[in-house]
Ligand binder design. Structure first.
Ligand code: HEC
Ligand code: HEC
Ligand code: HEC
Ligand code: HEC
Ligand code: HEC
Ligand code: HEC
Length: 445
């Protein structure tokens, strides 16, 4: 059984080329997915792809800048810091005049990430529904963007199926190769490949392992590019300090995040809520006054004298700090009200937060007194799952109300399956996991 080495080489090249193409495809799709996620999190409050909103449409905006005579790289600087770009580049200065509203600054975005946003915008097709993302106010989530990253899974599925078929072919070849050892001159290309693969099984195995590793890395990146949000602290239109409000002045979280105990979302306060106090509280230091003046601008309030409303309002566009992908269902009231979990278990001690809100890394959360200790990165699936494994369902406000909620859970479990119930209680507690907190459908739409 012999195959010429040139043929062998040809086959090898074909194999590795197609493997490379697949990996390349997967990673370029991955970059588009990253672009889409970043767009939704950071830009969609003001921009749409095909329609002007608070900001101009972003479709083919790089081309527009190039044709308009913008300086090289100016558009990236614009996204990082529009003021710096406008100062450095006359074209950017004209863009700044587009509307009285200012863009936010995104100093933490890399050139690569910005490119991925533009690539994604340019890859959209008008009327496909994908352009619907955006224009939504703070707190709302757009409901029409289901495309997300689903197709990554489809591609990976196809790749793995290919590998499995290839491996299956090799093992079938093994059988026929051992039964008749003679080299058949009429062997088809596919048979040759299989025969060659069998003769070079070590190399083939190494190749497959490398391929799988490449795929795992790609997959890993796609899962974690948007997942690694620990320490994420977007710039905010007003330097709002939680420490002054929830700390020094002891304002209850629910005064501002008033839906947190009843609904899925926690909601952000409107400018009217701020005005309840800031009509009077004008700030002691100059810096405070400067920030508080922005509230007046938003409310259309002239603080001179007794204070008058001008009627010209301008919404405060807070950037979302904690963001889960669209396919995840998370409910605040379930955790805060039913589960009896304090805000600081997940958000850290906000009464000490001097800057604007940020996603606390798990290492910081673990330092907060009374928090149960977790190991997985905040806001990732591992984080949710780990707590559901550790956390007992008994310690809720409902339980402390002694209304029999906890007893009811035990009774239902016991009636459902006595054996299982005893198994659950082996470690002396019923955890969220044991109640179904690990079921995919509980968290995924
Ligand atoms: C708070 C609202 C807001 C957010 C958030 C925002 N932008 Fe803008 N953006 C604007 C406004 C407004 C303009 C128009 C310039 C002006 O009037 O100052 C603009 C202009 C632009 C332009 C120039 C458009 C053109 O037609 O020349 C680009 C590019 C751009 N934004 C990219 C982004 C990207 C990328 C993000 C997300 C990372 C983003 N913007 C987030 C408000 C916003
Ligand atoms: C307790 C809640 C919870 C459960 C149960 C859960 N997930 Fe997740 N899952 C999440 C969260 C939160 C994320 C987003 C993580 C991130 O953005 O890093 C996620 C992300 C994912 C992703 C990545 C998708 C993407 O954004 O690229 C997949 C795939 C996934 N989950 C599958 C599953 C499957 C399969 C199960 C059942 C075995 C499951 N999940 C059960 C919370 C959960
Ligand atoms: C006086 C009103 C006020 C009070 C009281 C208040 N907050 Fe906030 N909170 C805000 C505003 C405004 C924002 C948006 C600015 C920011 O992200 O820093 C915010 C943002 C947040 C965020 C980030 C939201 C996101 O986008 O993911 C969390 C988490 C949060 N608050 C938790 C708390 C907790 C916990 C308490 C009580 C200890 C509390 N807040 C008390 C006004 C308030
Ligand atoms: C079990 C963990 C957990 C607890 C406890 C928790 N949060 Fe959250 N919080 C989250 C997650 C996860 C998000 C992101 C939700 C999303 O993107 O859909 C979030 C988002 C928020 C937001 C942004 C607005 C929103 O609803 O998306 C605010 C404000 C907030 N939380 C305030 C609070 C306050 C106030 C408390 C306490 C009363 C609290 N949270 C308790 C996990 C938690
Ligand atoms: C219950 C009353 C109350 C509410 C509601 C309230 N504040 Fe304040 N705020 C205060 C007090 C008191 C101070 C401290 C002023 C001082 O030290 O002179 C303050 C200070 C501030 C400062 C300056 C802080 C600093 O030290 O830099 C900002 C900015 C601010 N508030 C923004 C807001 C915003 C935005 C809202 C609405 C989301 C809001 N506040 C709602 C009472 C309130
Ligand atoms: C600090 C611990 C903790 C974290 C972190 C946490 N959960 Fe939970 N979760 C709980 C507890 C406790 C309950 C049970 C509440 C009850 O008694 O029904 C629960 C219940 C749930 C339920 C309802 C389960 C059921 O059986 O009906 C869902 C869905 C859920 N969590 C989703 C999430 C998602 C998604 C995340 C991550 C973004 C998350 N949780 C993070 C503690 C946590």
């Amino acid at each position: 059984m012999e195959i010429s080495s040139s043929q062998m080489f040809r086959n090898l090249r074909k194999w590795s080329l197609s493997a490379l193409t697949l990996v390349f495809l997967a990673s370029s799709f991955n970059s588009l997915a990253q672009g889409e996620d970043l767009f939704k999190v950071k830009c969609a409050t003001c921009h749409q792809v095909f329609k002007d909103g608070t900001g101009p449409k972003l479709y083919q905006v790089r081309q527009k800048w190039e044709e308009g005579g913008a300086a090289e790289g100016s558009i990236y600087l614009w996204v990082n810091n529009f003021e710096a770009a406008a100062a450095a580049d006359p074209y950017a200065a004209t863009v700044k005049e587009w509307s009285p509203t200012n863009m936010n600054k995104f100093p933490d975005l890399t050139k690569e990430q910005i490119t991925s946003i533009f690539d994604w915008a340019d890859s959209q097709v008008e009327d496909s529904g994908a352009s619907a993302a955006g224009g939504s106010a703070v707190g709302e989530t757009s409901t029409e963007d289901e495309s997300s990253t689903g197709w990554i899974w489809v591609i990976l599925g196809i790749v793995f199926a290919t590998i499995i078929i290839a491996v299956g072919g090799v093992s079938r070849q093994l059988k026929s190769a051992t039964s008749d050892g003679d080299y058949d001159a009429d062997m088809s290309m596919a048979d040759e490949t299989k025969a060659w693969a069998w003769n070079n099984r070590k190399k083939v195995v190494v190749g497959i392992v490398i391929l799988i590793m490449a795929l795992v890395v790609t997959l890993f990146l796609s899962l974690y590019t948007i997942g690694t949000v620990e320490n994420y602290q977007p710039s905010q239109p007003i330097e709002f300090p939680h420490s002054v409000h929830a700390g020094t002045n002891g304002i209850d979280c629910k005064y501002c995040h008033n839906t947190v105990t009843e609904s899925k979302t926690a909601s952000l306060p409107t400018v009217n809520v701020c005005m309840n106090c800031h009509k009077q509280v004008k700030g002691t230091t100059e810096e405070q006054a400067e920030q508080i003046a922005k509230i007046y601008e938003a409310a259309g309030f002239n603080p001179e004298g007794a204070g008058t409303y001008t009627g010209v309002t301008k919404p405060i566009v807070w950037n979302k700090v904690h963001v889960l992908p669209d396919h995840v269902y998370f409910n605040h009231s379930q955790h805060v009200e039913v589960g009896g979990i304090d805000c600081k278990q997940c958000h850290g001690d906000m009464t000490k937060m001097e800057g604007t809100a940020k996603v606390q890394p798990i290492s910081e959360l673990n330092k907060v007194e009374g928090n149960i200790q977790l190991t997985k990165t905040t806001l990732t699936m591992g984080w949710c799952i780990e707590c559901h494994q550790e956390k007992e369902v008994s310690m809720g406000t409902l339980d402390s109300k002694k209304d029999g909620y906890y007893d009811e859970i035990h009774k239902r479990l016991r009636d459902h399956d006595q054996g299982l119930y005893e198994e659950y209680l082996e470690d002396g507690k019923v955890t969220v996991k044991e109640l179904g907190g690990w079921e995919c459908a509980k968290c995924h739409y």
